[in-house]
Structures are given as structure tokens and as C-alpha cells.
Design a protein around this ligand. Structure first.
Ligand code: ZN
Length: 366
């Protein structure tokens, strides 16, 4: 059985859930600290004086979050390695080939886990800092709007909180200068690492069992990055660039010629098996394996991207609901949640894509 980065995708959910739950807690803390006395004069002064409560609440939140997220990340990477290794073992078994040595080197697993949890650090800093800025901004904005006589205090506060809920705890910018929704950033980081761990464990097992080549699946509707490699043979080690080699036939041992498109490392350097990729590699047996071609009716990349967009909108309006200061605001948010969920249902019915409830959650009960 082959393995693609996408096969390890579901492993990200428990990690993302920790951050989503923290984000929801933060929104509720903001709401609870902003709402007392909102209909009375003197609100702004009282709320400014209460700012320390928020800082202490955030400081209490972080150690537990860090511990749970680190544990969840280690478990996710270890499982991803298992997914890849098991897939390779089953594949070898199907061909009635020996699985190679028993023990796999766990150093890469440890390294990947450490790198992943280091990616979380700027997020913790953000969770501590950003809500305090928002709190101050909301108090200031509300006071200004109300002084100008434009709007009631509760409506001004809701508007400012909504803006924050829309974005999530962001303004979060990664090392390459891209802005992210917090949970999207975490999910992307975990999925990328898990995907990499799974496909690497898979080819490590094939290599350890003495094999030299894999071939690339052809699921169709493919991302432009992977299209050049679909249905091609890649070398697990060896020179880059397309070339022809003479190797023994997997069964008869007679020499056969194999067209190699390049090395797996070269393909990956060119973007093959990026995060969320559905392309897999499988064991290529010279003279035996028939290379696949893409089916014409496969799910398109655009449909998948559209599903991700709708899921983001569901999460956005769930945050708005969590930040709602009154019934009208939470009711309006629920209407939007239902509308986007209806569009998701229609999309999956039309395309046959799987609905992914975990991706529509912003938190979970604990
Ligand atoms: Zn791809």
C-alpha cells in the first residue's frame, strides 16, 4: 500500500484542537472581562483597571496548553511514522517480499517532533500578547465611538470583538512573511510534519528492504506541482534528471531497461509531495509494475480548495458566536454557520468529497 502526505492529515486534528480550544477560551475571557457594566458610565475606566486580570488569565492558560500540545504533537509524529512503515510492510507482503530489518532508526522521528514543537513557540507568544492588545483597543475604540455619539457602547464593543473573532488570534505572521489564522498555521505545521514523517518512513522501509525504485500515483485533478511526476518512476537514491538504467527483472533476474524520471529527492525539492498532497509513491518492481494513468473524472484541486474555504468560514462564524455579547449577535452568527454548513453539504454531495467535521470545529468541550 502506498502512502501520501494526505494519509497523515487526520493526525493533525488532536493538536489543532488544543489550540482551537485555547483560542475559544481566550475569546470568552475577553467577552467576560469586557461585558461587566457595559451599559453604565465609568465602564472604560473600570475595564482599563481590570486589564491585569486578562494578563493573569492568559498566563495561567499557557503552561497547560504547551504541555498538551507538545504531547499531542509527539503522538501525531509517532503515529505518522507507523502509518508509513506499516504501509511499506503491507506493500512488501503483497509482493511476497521480505520486510527488511525489524528496527527503524527513531532519530528522525525525534528531530521532526522537536522542530514541530519549536514552530509552536511564536504562537504561544502571540496568544499571550495579542488578546491584551485587542482588549486595550476595544476599550479605546468603544470609548471613542460612544463619545462621538455614533453608537451604543454594547454595539461598539460587539463590533470590535467581532473584528477580532473574524480574524481569530492572528496578525500571526510566519517566517516567510505570510499571515495566518492561528489554527490554520498550527494545522499546516502539523500536517506538513506528519505527512513528511509518513512518506519518509515508507521509503526508508523500502530502502532498508533493498529496493531502488518507486513510482508516482496518478490520482488525477492534480496540483500543478506534482503533475510532471504522475505515473513516473523515481529512484530512491542516485542521480537527478531523466535517465535510463539497466537492472535485473524483479522475478526472472534478466536485464530490463527502466525509464527513470529522476530521484525522489529531486522531485521533492521541486515541490512534489508538498503539504496536503494526495500523491503517493509505491514500490516499483522492474519488469513487473504497470505504471498508472490519471482517471478523467477525479476530484479537482479547485473543489478541495473550495471546501477548505467553506470550512474557514464556518470556523470564523463559530468564533463570532463565541464572542457574541448578546442574543442578537449570537443568533446572527448561528445563521451564518448554518448557511456555510449547507453549502458544504451541497459541495460534498456534488463532488463525492468527504466532509471533515474536525475541520469545522473551533474548540471542544473539556
Ligand atoms: Zn501534489
Amino acid at each position: 500500500m502506498a502512502v501520501s502526505p494526505d494519509d497523515a492529515e487526520h493526525l493533525a486534528a488532536p493538536v489543532t484542537a488544543e489550540f482551537a480550544a485555547a483560542e475559544q477560551t481566550v475569546l470568552q475571557q475577553l467577552r467576560d472581562l469586557l461585558s461587566p457594566g457595559i451599559r453604565r458610565t465609568g465602564w472604560a475606566q473600570a475595564r482599563t483597571a481590570a486589564a491585569g486580570l486578562l494578563r493573569r488569565a492568559l498566563q495561567r492558560l499557557l503552561p497547560g496548553l504547551r504541555q498538551r500540545a507538545t504531547q499531542a504533537a509527539a503522538a501525531a509524529v509517532a503515529q505518522a511514522v507507523q502509518v508509513g512503515d506499516q504501509a511499506a510492510r503491507r506493500e512488501l507482503e503483497q509482493h511476497q517480499l521480505p520486510p527488511g530489518p525489524n528496527d527503524l532508526d527513531i532519530t528522525p522521528t525525534r528531530r521532526l517532533t522537536r522542530a514541530l514543537t519549536e514552530d509552536f513557540e511564536p504562537v504561544y507568544a502571540r496568544i499571550l500578547r495579542q488578546p491584551q492588545d485587542v482588549y486595550r483597543d476595544v476599550v479605546a475604540a468603544v470609548s471613542a465611538d460612544v463619545l462621538n455619539g455614533q453608537i451604543t457602547r454594547i454595539r461598539a464593543a460587539q463590533r470590535a470583538l467581532d473584528e477580532f473573532a473574524n480574524r481569530g488570534i492572528t496578525g500571526f505572521v510566519d517566517g516567510r512573511g505570510r499571515g495566518w489564522e492561528l489554527t490554520t498555521y498550527i494545522e499546516m505545521a502539523v500536517r506538513t510534519t506528519c505527512g513528511r514523517a509518513a512518506v519518509q518512513a515508507h521509503v526508508d522501509r523500502l530502502t532498508a528492504a533493498g529496493h531502488r525504485f518507486v513510482f508516482v500515483s496518478a490520482p488525477g485533478g492534480s496540483c500543478p506541482l506534482c503533475a510532471p511526476w504522475e505515473g513516473k518512476v523515481l529512484a530512491l537514491a542516485g542521480p537527478a534528471g531523466p535517465h535510463e538504467v539497466e537492472v535485473p527483472h524483479a522475478v526472472t533476474g534478466r536485464p530490463v531497461r527502466v525509464q527513470v524520471a529522476g530521484s525522489l529527492m529531486e522531485a521533492r525539492a521541486a515541490g512534489f509531495q508538498h503539504a496536503n498532497c494526495r500523491h503517493s509513491v509505491s514500490l516499483y518492481l522492474p519488469g513487473v509494475t504497470t505504471l498508472p494513468t490519471a482517471p478523467p473524472d477525479a476530484h479537482t484541486y479547485e473543489n478541495t480548495q473550495h471546501q477548505r474555504y467553506l470550512e474557514r468560514q464556518v470556523r470564523r462564524w463559530k468564533r463570532r458566536e463565541a464572542a457574541a455579547l448578546d442574543d442578537a449577535a449570537s443568533k446572527a452568527a448561528r445563521v451564518q454557520i448554518r448557511a456555510y454548513q449547507a453549502r458544504l453539504r451541497a459541495l460534498v454531495r456534488e463532488t463525492g468529497q468527504a466532509r471533515q467535521p474536525a475541520r469545522e470545529q473551533i474548540g471542544r468541550a473539556r
